[in-house]
Design a protein around this ligand. Structure first.
Ligand code: NAD
Length: 308
């Protein structure tokens, strides 16, 4: 019988860190892995650290842990949540993926990067372990096109929404070969253990939530700025006034990360044929410019809003 007692989250950014915290908070020990940095930061150099020091090799996951502890007030998480997360990196800890019950891929929204990672996971994968992707809308079938039939049976999309702690919705997306028993198990597990409201989606570009959500954000951004409204004016109307307690248009874009948002819009742009729909999902120039400048949102301290 399938059971999830332990998990690994790969990618410790906006979503990976939040998903790891949510799992830890419900009592599941989590391994939180990311890439190994290739360059020292000035403060690491000043502290006499070298690239092979664990504090450097685990930097991304360690930084994510620091942020989680600082940005989430204690009542959100049980006292012990942080102790259940073990930060690490993919190079040193790859083999550990062979001894967890659920592996969640939460890296950059790029098909090739995800395919490469999934091939690496498969080298240490233990039969029975469930592997899922938190992709916003890349094809689940394409991600495992080179995987073995047995691996495909255990692979699916589990799409959490941002922030994972608060957002109830979770899309479950099977690939053509996912074992129906695993889809049923994950639906039940995500509802009962993680407290989510699960909707099963098809493997269509951006699934359900982001096909609609991205469309709305792009239309609002283009039409309102073209009409001369300010970011604040648009947000004053599209936030709580429209029944979104936390996030209005531009605040949402900053929270998601503009770099990630552009990838997610491209998921549809690249795959739809209808020219009118293509035009809507074509990245607006303002977003391209902001990403080029590194103004990618809250995670960098500057997006449409600046963190002061
Ligand atoms: P992010 O940029 O905040 O974090 C990505 C993390 O993955 C970074 O820490 C990066 O170092 C790491 N990474 C990148 N390539 C890697 C690799 N090859 N191996 C290991 N680690 C790697 O991104 P995010 O917003 O957390 O998004 C992650 C995934 O979740 C994407 O697929 C995204 O579409 C999806 N998602 C994002 C949101 C959102 O609102 N941001 C919501 C739902 C789903």
């Amino acid at each position: 019988m399938t059971k999830i007692r332990t998990a690994a989250v790969i990618g410790s950014g906006v979503m990976g860190s939040g998903i790891a915290a949510h799992l830890a908070n419900v009592g599941i020990p989590v391994l939180l892995l990311d890439m190994v940095p290739t360059q020292l930061q000035p403060q690491e150099e000043a502290a006499g650290l070298t690239l092979d020091h664990p504090k450097v090799r685990n930097r991304f996951a360690l930084n994510a842990m620091d942020k989680l502890k600082k940005t989430n007030p204690a009542p959100l998480y049980s006292e012990a949540f942080a102790e259940r997360i073990t930060p690490g990196n993919l190079e040193d800890d790859l083999a550990k993926l062979g001894s967890v019950d659920w592996i969640i891929e939460v890296i950059v929204e790029n098909l090739q990067a995800k395919q490469q990672l999934i091939s690496r996971i498969e080298t240490v994968w233990k039969k029975g372990t469930i592997v899922s992707s938190n992709t916003s809308g890349i094809s689940i079938n394409a991600m495992v096109q080179s995987a073995s039939p047995e691996f495909k049976k255990h692979f699916l999309g589990t799409h959490f929404f941002n922030p994972p702690r608060y957002m109830k919705l979770l899309e479950v997306i099977p690939n053509e070969q996912t074992d129906p028993a695993i889809v049923a198990f994950m639906t039940d597990f995500c509802e009962k253990k993680l407290g989510k409201g699960v909707v099963q989606a098809k493997d269509t570009p951006n699934f359900i939530g982001n096909r609609i959500g991205t469309y709305g954000l792009l239309i609002t951004l283009r039409e309102m700025l073209a009409s001369g409204y300010t970011v604040e004016e648009v947000d004053a109307v599209t936030g709580p006034a429209m029944g979104r307690p936390k996030s209005a248009t531009f605040r949402t874009l900053d929270l998601v990360g503009l770099d990630t948002f552009v990838h997610v819009a491209n998921n549809v742009f690249d795959l739809v044929i209808d020219p009118a729909e293509k035009e809507i999902f074509n990245t607006p120039a303002i977003l391209k410019t902001m990403v080029e400048k590194g103004w990618i949102g809250e995670k960098q301290g500057q997006g449409f809003y600046k963190k002061v």
